[in-house]
Design a protein around this ligand. Structure first.
Ligand code: SAH
Ligand code: SF4
Length: 349
């Protein structure tokens, strides 16, 4: 007889878990208990679920598996940013970053192993795409850190991967983290960052979830955008801006545009004027990210250029700020996350 794969219980939303149990003639109220064990207490074994009867534990062990993500390395930056390297069940690795601020504790999660979008300035993109993460693997990055460090206030999908290319698991992971029997984070505390997958931005708008949207723009015209972001070949700026306006209308939420400032590429006053023109009728905030040099050819703009760029935007009534650099000394900043090989972390574990 063919052996059936065990079900991925960590990736089930609360409703899916309940439906699965009911289908197997297990009382509904058990669903709440199991969900709490998985997502609040972050157990690694069904036998740790102390308030369940033995026969139920036995059933779960035979039919389901608990998602395992093994922390293999934890690095702490001078600015207290922490970077975790997690090893997945298939030995692939991902990185997750915890950014403590005065009133916030933000986790930057990965949604894929690698990324297939190929942005030329991004370490993740340079490694290519390996696979999508499951909802359980995404949520568990946050649950693990919450369990260890506590007080997580925000989750941003700005780690490895393009979250809108892994739409359903990402949305299910948010439902799991939002649930009151899990870590119970409000929907408005999540931000999805995308390089601009237009149909999925529209889907997000239609789903009207109240999750925040950040769009990686990085240039105000197609010619420049296409030089650094292959996805821009498929989705023009006009298509992208239409989808952003649609999202803003449907959700009533302000969009964040990310703009990685690259010396002598997109940091001149002419670039800035073009950006003002593009964004003048959109309810948005612009986040300027001084580029983290992952490849030699992209260098950071001079401080005076960065300041002039932001000042010009603000003067022209486009709200803008410079994203504070965090965790650069441990390669935890934007665009620096990557997969590791066993040799990279073996000495630690
Ligand atoms: N794939 C998504 C989310 C992950 S990247 C996206 O591209 O939006 C998170 C942010 O870091 C994006 O705005 C991305 O463009 C930016 N980024 C990537 N590499 C960078 C680098 N070397 N320096 C600064 N920002 C970078
Ligand atoms: Fe992928 Fe985002 Fe990196 Fe582009 S910037 S390669 S979309 S992770």
């Amino acid at each position: 007889m063919q052996k059936l794969d065990k079900l991925d219980i960590n990736s089930m939303t609360a409703d899916e878990l309940q439906a699965f149990l009911v289908m197997n003639h297990i009382p509904k109220y058990r669903s709440k208990q199991i969900f709490r064990w998985l997502h609040k207490h972050v157990v690694s074994d069904f036998t740790q679920m102390h308030n369940l009867p033995d026969d139920l534990i036995c059933f779960l062990e035979h039919s389901c598996k608990i998602t395992k993500i093994q922390p293999k390395q934890e690095q702490i930056s001078r600015d207290k940013t922490r970077k975790y390297l997690f090893q997945l069940e298939d030995d692939k690795t991902i990185e997750t970053v915890l950014i403590p601020e005065r009133r916030r504790k933000t986790i930057c999660v990965s949604s894929q192993v690698g990324c297939g979008m190929g942005c030329t300035f991004c370490a993740t993109g340079l490694q290519g795409f390996t696979r999508n993460l499951t909802a359980g693997e995404i949520a568990k990055q946050v649950e693990f850190i919450q369990h260890k460090q506590g007080n997580v206030t925000n989750v941003v999908f700005m780690g490895m991967g393009e979250p809108l290319n892994n739409y359903t698991p990402v949305m299910n992971s948010i439902a799991i983290m939002n649930h009151s029997d899990g870590i119970s984070l409000g929907l408005r505390r999540f931000t999805i960052s995308t390089c601009g997958i237009v149909p999925k931005i529209r889907q997000l708008a239609n789903d009207n979830t109240q999750v925040g949207l950040a769009v990686s723009l990085h240039a105000a015209n197609d010619r420049k955008r296409r030089l650094i972001m292959p996805a821009a070949e498929v989705y023009s700026i006009d298509m992208l801006m239409d989808s952003c306006r649609y999202y803003a209308e449907r959700t009533n939420r302000r969009i964040t545009f990310e703009y990685a400032l690259i010396a002598d590429f997109n940091d001149t006053l002419a670039d800035c004027r073009e950006l003002v023109e593009l964004l003048k009728d959109v309810n948005c905030h612009v986040n300027i990210i001084p580029i983290n040099p992952v490849v030699q050819k992209y260098q950071r703009s001079q401080q005076s250029r960065i300041k002039a760029f932001v000042d010009y935007l603000n003067k022209n009534r486009i709200q803008a700020s410079v994203r504070k650099e965090r965790g650069t000394d441990i390669e935890a900043a934007c665009g620096q996350l990557k997969q590791s090989t066993r040799e990279d972390y073996d000495e630690y574990s």
